[in-house]
Design a binder for this molecule. Sequence first.
Ligand code: SMO
Length: 766
Amino acid sequence: MSIVGTRVVRTEDPRLLTAGGSYVEDLRVPELAGAAWATFVRSPIAHARITGVDASAAARAPGVIAVLTAADMDDLGPPPPPPPGGGGEAPVPLGGPWAEPLLAADRVRFVGEPVAVVLTEGRYQGEDAAELVSVDYEPLPAVVGVEAALAGQTLLFPGTGSNVPITAGGQADDAIFDGCDVVVERTIVNQRVAPVPMEARAAAARWADGRLTAWLSTQAAQLGRFVMAGVLGLDPAAVRVITPDVGGGFGAKVGVDRDALVIAWAARRLGRPVRWAETRSENLVAMTHGRGQRQVIKIGGRKDGRILAYRLHVVQDAGAYPRMSGFLPFLTCMMASGPYDIAHVQTAYQVVVTNTTPTGAYRGAGRPEATAAIERAVDLFAAEIGLDPAEVRRTNLVPPDRFPYQTAGGARYDTGDYAAALDQVLSAAGYADLRAEQARRRERGDVVQLGIGLSSYVEITAADAAGGETARLVVHPDGTATVYTGSSAHGQGHHTAWAMLVQDELGIEMAKVTVVHGDTDLIPRGTGTYASRSLQIGGAAVHVAAADVREQARRVAADLLEASEADLELDAERGLWHVRGDPEAAMTWAQVASHASAEGLAASVNYTGGQPTFPFGTHLSVVEVDTQTGKVRVLRHVTVDDAGTIISPVLAEGQRHGGIAQGIAQALLEEVVYDGQGNPVTGTLADYAVITSAELPSFELLAKQTPTTANPLGAKGIGEAGTIGAVPAVQNAVIDALSHRGVRHIDMPLTPARVWAAINGTGVIL
Ligand code: SMO
């Protein structure tokens, strides 16, 4: 029996769950002996001119080696061009007049922007010395929120003439709504949230003989090497990036932040290793945030439930510097119509800069925003015509005989059966019974009302599939194997999945397979982990490399057994080669590999044959809303997340669990909040509410697999589906609980205060 699809436990866990994990902050390698510790001086003001920096007192403080500012960066050239190729979800800075400096020189544009870096002998001396760096700020009016940005009374980059670096999409044309019985339009907010990885950002750097070794907590070591080399004016061969264990990234660790670049530069400047690990408070203001869209949705259709036209206009809050903010609304608009067959779809977007932390990729990167918009729109439409939201969805879902399905937004959905996913969820949840219970509570006028929310979704994963991924597989003379992968694990379980793929193809037991990732000297080419791309692209690379090794081994085994290649068979259950019909005279992998060469057998693959895939599903959330307090409790969360062929159910379910938790958190709790002057008021985890298991029910995960033809594994991405499906299901459920009282929409997060205000019609939204 193949190991694929079986419930193998994660091979990473014994090491990670004991003292075995080693993150950048934990590194005790000889190369970093005597490293100076870096502490950043960060702007306490959202928008100001810098008129002077006096570091003299700090320089005299105990343990201080140096205090460096932008004025010291005389050895750096202009920022490098963006990475080659499509870039995918890689951060492609706009540069030019919108360029982000490594350290602020004459102006700061958000609270948390690095202005100087203090290097100290001891780690905690830096905190005290940084306090002594005196920066003269001449405050400027702060631009907070997209309305203020669009108004343009204050400009972040005066030379540009506006706060709008990107405008895209066609003119709105209301003719698409001609012939609709009902049209609903609404402005909604997809609020800014913080990624909050368990491991915050960290970097270390050391130079020797003109060569840089940088340890980064990153999702993409090879991209990191490219960016480091470009910024520091080096040949990429002169940079080695190593990623030790990485404790989560959620999209915010795809790129290389300016802070890490400063660490590498400072190490060169000092002529000694430098290391840095940020605090949680720094992380909350200085790591990119996610989401941050104002959306105008307009939907129209017939009274029988058929949707005829949909328009989405997005304003993306880029924060202070446009990093990959142009790409997020691009993906949102590409996926605007979701799983529905809608005759007319219009999209457009603007990206604006504000005096807040830059935004970037966060679990789903543009697709959760698309799903949130269309799923709210469908519910608004259903409420307006008085039809059941499940019925309206079923009426409009792309039917199974229409695949591949080309959307107005330019996506080509590969495979799917969207209505089957919806029906599977409705049936497992007992939808009719839930509606009956809801009716009873309404009838009785219960204080605690029941809400049922649906979300049907389709998303795109591996949007940059053409960027490919690498794998090098070696079967050693002792019969063990090593996989060198360009994918990058930061909690997902790549090592388990890759070992499963090797065992499946070659019959070499998982326990004998070592997986290596994230060292650019060992793996010079690679793309990394984001966009839910790893299994379908990086896993496919492993699969193709294993197939290559298998055919090489066949030739060797034929030689050993003095038979013709065509007669050789691999018994993948036992990992033995034998001549067909003679299983007793068999050769082990050790015998075959050692006969092949002193190094064994090896294959290197850069797999570029994959296409983007389109996972889909339905989420159903059941909530209770206390109408006296506005408190929401999630009772049940039932989902189908169809990601094609599942290699490891344990890993796939883990991804769904984490994604759903983060999605429910966005719907109910999480929001990065700024005051009118651009001061963050959610700067600690006491103010910023991440979710815990105490607020969550056990999820009801249903199984469904519709393979794709876009890669040889039949696999689609699963890493982001949970956040994409969960958010609008929960939001719709809360609003559904109150729909009989005339509530049609409440912006997220659905905190008790907001829900209470909606119930009581106060218009006061906290
Ligand atoms: S938000 Mo991601 O790592 O594509």
